[in-house]
Design a protein around this ligand. Structure first.
Ligand SMILES: [Zn+2]
Length: 328
């Protein structure tokens, strides 16, 4: 693959960012700071919708706001920014009659993230991760499509984003099968050797030793470790569940582990994005509490930190300040 910006060999040997190097030297391991919420943050700012199209709406109507938000995360200290491709999948786009624009919108989202990084005035070695999301709603293992349906869609997303991203991030995976579909899509690409990827599972909000499918974190981590992701993460669930997941994962894999929680109350089991049931924000998860949870993730073995829905740039900035303080 000539278009993916780093080969595996280069990425393994790549220069650590100044911050990663500093933490690695002081603590004996590397900590990588990811960004925070994209879709929820755009919706909060009035640039997206909570109906079917969700954050893809901003790709069409407000692309500059996406670039600006990526750059806010970079300014806050993020070393990985994630493409706004959470809803550039057929199931969401079809609700607005745009089901044939998957490749075009995924390409555009990846180019916007790359532009944000290329035009950022304080380069810090950050990288762009291409988001590979669930294909039919979030948190719904019961709606995960069969492999023969899912893998071609993931291939479309991968091929569309590859020219502009540095790695891929399969996120909010609610079952082992769902994550394996992404892994298979990556492996089926003739350019697989050039792909670096991370997988992130969403967990039961009340029992972080389990995925939302009920499968155990231990089982999931073992199953995906053989697919050679550079990290196995947990996202879009409560901080307590992230902590439990990181603790379980750290015991059974040599991959780097980590997590990025949301700021939601536990999600109703049958929830969909265009549902009448609103997911409630957890107003109690202040910046300080988010930082102290992140410290607990580190103590449990995490080396990737960040935020998911409801965690904006000010939270990531607070986390960056805390990490600098811990490393000095
Ligand atoms: Zn989320």
């Amino acid at each position: 693959m000539t278009s993916l910006r780093y080969s595996v060999a280069n990425s393994i040997d790549r220069q650590l960012t100044a911050f990663e190097r500093q933490v690695a030297q002081r603590q004996g391991r590397t900590v990588t700071l990811m960004d925070g919420s994209m879709g929820e943050e755009l919706a909060d700012r009035g640039f997206s919708t909570r109906d079917g199209l969700w954050s893809a709406r901003a790709l069409i109507d407000h692309p500059n706001e996406i670039v600006a938000l990526h750059q806010e995360y970079l300014s806050a200290g993020a070393e990985v920014i994630t493409t706004n491709t959470y809803s550039t999948v057929p199931s969401y786009l079809a609700k607005a009659g745009l089901g044939d624009r998957v490749r075009e919108l995924a390409t555009s989202a990846a180019e916007l993230a790359r532009k944000a990084l290329d035009e950022f005035d304080k380069p810090n070695g950050a990288r762009v991760a291409g988001c590979l999301p669930p294909l039919d709603e979030s948190y719904r293992p019961d709606l995960v499509p069969a492999a023969y349906e899912a893998i071609p869609i993931y291939r479309d997303l991968i091929d569309s984003m590859a020219p502009s991203v540095d790695l891929f991030l399969a996120e909010t995976m609610s079952s082992i099968d769902e994550a394996q579909h992404v892994a298979e899509a990556l492996r089926s690409s003739p350019d697989f050797a050039a792909f670096e990827w991370m997988v992130s599972f969403t967990l039961d909000d009340r029992d972080g030793t389990k995925l939302r499918s009920g499968e155990s974190v231990t089982e999931a981590v073992k199953a995906l470790s053989v697919q050679k992701p550079i990290a196995i993460l947990f996202n879009c669930t409560t901080p307590q569940s992230i902590l439990d997941g990181v603790g379980c994962a750290h015991k059974v894999t040599t991959c780097r582990v980590g997590g990025y929680p949301n700021r939601f109350k536990p999600v109703p089991e049958d929830w969909t994005l265009d549902d009448d049931q609103e997911i409630m924000r957890d107003a109690g998860l202040t910046r300080d509490k988010f930082v102290s949870w992140s410290n607990r993730f580190l103590d449990a073995g995490a080396s990737y930190l960040g935020g998911c829905c409801g965690i904006g740039p000010s939270y990531i900035e607070a986390l960056a300040r805390n990490l600098h303080a811990r490393s000095s």
